[in-house]
Write a protein that binds this ligand. Structure first.
Ligand SMILES: NC(=O)c1ccc[n+]([C@@H]2O[C@H](COP(=O)([O-])OP(=O)(O)OC[C@H]3O[C@@H](n4cnc5c(N)ncnc54)[C@H](O)[C@@H]3O)[C@@H](O)[C@H]2O)c1
Ligand SMILES: NCCCC=O
Ligand code: NA
Length: 504
């Protein structure tokens, strides 16, 4: 077992490069979901703190040490942050697991991804210097033009708890690479590592106000950020209902938003797969990784009828092999869900599915050997029909529902039978069929013969109710840039549109 005695730092809000007590001095308890114990507390920001942070961010943009930096200079800061994250990886990973219930293996992988994301955007920041000013040929003798890519300004970044530091960094890294000044509002359910990012920024000497970190409750800290008149953009990842509220608040000021919301992604398994075990493991990983708390989790299995019995048998065998334990235990592959609220919500989805006539093929309860903590067994639900809640709604827990199909057309119809459009996976060795599914899936992310692998270089986001805009890749950087056209009249001739007074 890893060292569970890593002390939980007692931090304040990180504003203008300093730790600052919230104006109202309130704090929120930190709960370890594996033990249900309070292990510390975080500061609770309110509108007053948001005002101070926005002011600090505005000042940073107006100062040369941040507002006049080149991409190459900002890349140095991003690389220094990446190096510090790796230096502190073991402590950060343990803190992430203690706070969110994530297995230590996954928290450690997240820290590598965090460092990788900073490195990736350091590269794009450097490349931005040569793309900052792009001449545009107008085929005109009278005008010459160019396009500037400039930082958008002060940006608000509101993020969820499922990958507490990583989801924040998907926004923080490109925002800083672009030259924006950012205010990060992480989830009150898991904020420890985001506050530690503040300490890292202090240690590496990031110019003050370039990144500000406000922990606190959604309506009290996130709300005022979304509606603040001096915040130029909100980039949000979280639930659909909160996304709607943020969009409504931003709409009052015609403030741009990008929304990465939930999903109910399908995984379609065809009878031509060579190896049932390989497909079974990807199917499991698609729904049980991070205890199912993944926006893109492939939570609807759509399996071809003639292999369904054999495939389900294999799935059950693999599921029984998953080690469920305290997330800090070695080889733990399924930890608790994040909070008491999430635990109740997941169990309610399971009991509703039962009441609606579905069959709980395995799981569905608290594991017998774990008396404390918000643990839910990996659960597979069959005899599902398309009008059931479990088919339609995002559970955000370790719950897979299953339907069978006979024809390709039927599989496509079932896959797209959702209000969401984030991810979709197809398992088949028929290349042409995979191409047909790639076209037919109404989503922003397609996985072929796998589920969930995520790369910094690729755009991340969805359509339909899964939101709009893209994180990651070059698209993640574009989110934080203002495109400015500059047009110059180069002719010595007059415009000659109005009648000249000299001709009166
Ligand atoms: N598409 C993606 O990339 C992606 C990634 C991770 C999670 N998610 C989604 O996130 C959800 C789970 O995360 P969650 O429970 O933290 O979501 P949530 O919407 O409850 O909270 C997300 C963030 O919004 C803040 N917030 C809450 N109310 C607010 C308000 N009125 N104004 C401003 N901010 C407010 C919260 O404090 C938190 O920081 C799931 O639906 C999941 O699918 C999506
Ligand atoms: N693999 C990272 C997925 C992020 C969304 O929840
Ligand atoms: Na927590």
């Amino acid at each position: 077992m890893a060292n569970r005695n890593v002390p939980i730092p007692r931090r304040q809000l990180y504003i203008g490069g300093e730790w600052r007590e919230p104006v109202k001095k309130n704090r929120i308890p930190i709960i370890n979901p594996a033990t249900e114990e309070i292990i510390g507390d975080i500061p609770a920001a309110t509108a007053e703190d948001v005002d101070i942070a926005v002011e600090a961010a505005r000042k940073a943009i107006g100062r040369d040490d941040w507002g006049s930096t080149t991409g190459a200079q900002r890349a140095k800061y991003l690389r220094a942050i990446a190096a510090k994250v790796l230096e502190k990886k073991s402590v950060l990973a343990t803190l992430e697991s203690l706070d969110s219930g994530k297995t230590l293996y996954e928290s450690a992988a997240d820290m590598d991804d965090v460092a990788g994301c900073f490195e990736y955007y350091a590269g794009l920041a450097e490349a931005l210097d040569s793309r900052r000013k792009t001449p545009v040929n107008l085929n005109s003798d009278s005008y010459k033009s160019y396009v500037l890519r400039e930082p958008l300004g002060v940006v608000g970044l509101i993020t969820p708890w499922n990958y507490p530091l990583l989801m924040a960094i998907w926004k923080v890294a490109p925002a800083l690479a672009a030259g924006c000044a950012a205010i990060l509002k992480p989830s009150e359910l898991a904020s420890i590592t985001c506050l530690e990012l503040g300490e890292i920024c202090r240690e590496i000497g990031l110019p003050s106000g370039a990144l500000n970190i406000l922990t606190g409750l959604g309506p009290e800290a996130g709300g005022p950020l979304a509606s603040h008149p001096h915040v130029d953009k909100i980039s949000f990842t979280g639930s659909g209902p909160t996304g709607s509220k943020i969009m409504t608040a931003a709409a009052q000021l015609v403030k741009p938003v990008s929304l990465e919301l939930g999903g109910k992604s399908p995984i379609v398994v065809f009878d031509d797969i060579d190896n049932l075990d390989i497909a079974a493991e990807w199917t499991l990983f698609g729904i049980f990784a991070n205890t199912g708390q993944v926006c893109s989790a492939t939570s609807r299995l759509i399996v071809q009828e003639n292999i369904a019995s054999a495939f389900m048998d294999r799935l059950l065998k693999w599921t029984k092999n998953i080690k469920i334990s305290d997330p800090l235990e070695e080889d733990c592959k399924l930890g608790p869900v994040v909070s008491a609220g999430q635990y109740e919500k997941v169990l309610k989805f399971i009991s509703n599915a039962k009441s609606e006539g579905a069959t709980i093929l395995c799981g569905g309860e608290r594991p017998q050997h774990l008396k404390k903590g918000y643990y839910v067994q990996p659960t597979i639900i069959t005899d599902v029909n398309t009008s059931m809640e479990i088919w339609k709604e995002e559970v955000f827990g370790p719950v897979l529902c299953v339907k069978t199909f006979k024809t390709e057309e039927e599989a496509i119809e079932l896959a797209n039978d959702t209000k969401y459009g984030l991810g979709a996976a197809v398992m088949s060795k028929d290349v042409k069929r995979c191409e047909r599914f790639t076209k037919a899936f109404q989503t922003g992310i397609i996985w072929i013969n796998c589920s969930q692998p995520t790369f910094n270089q690729l755009p991340w986001g969805g359509k339909k109710r899964s939101g709009f805009g893209r994180d990651l890749g070059e698209w993640g950087l574009e989110n934080f840039l203002n495109i400015k056209q500059v047009t110059e009249y180069t002719s010595a001739e007059p415009l000659a549109f109005y009648k000249s007074p000299s001709k009166n």
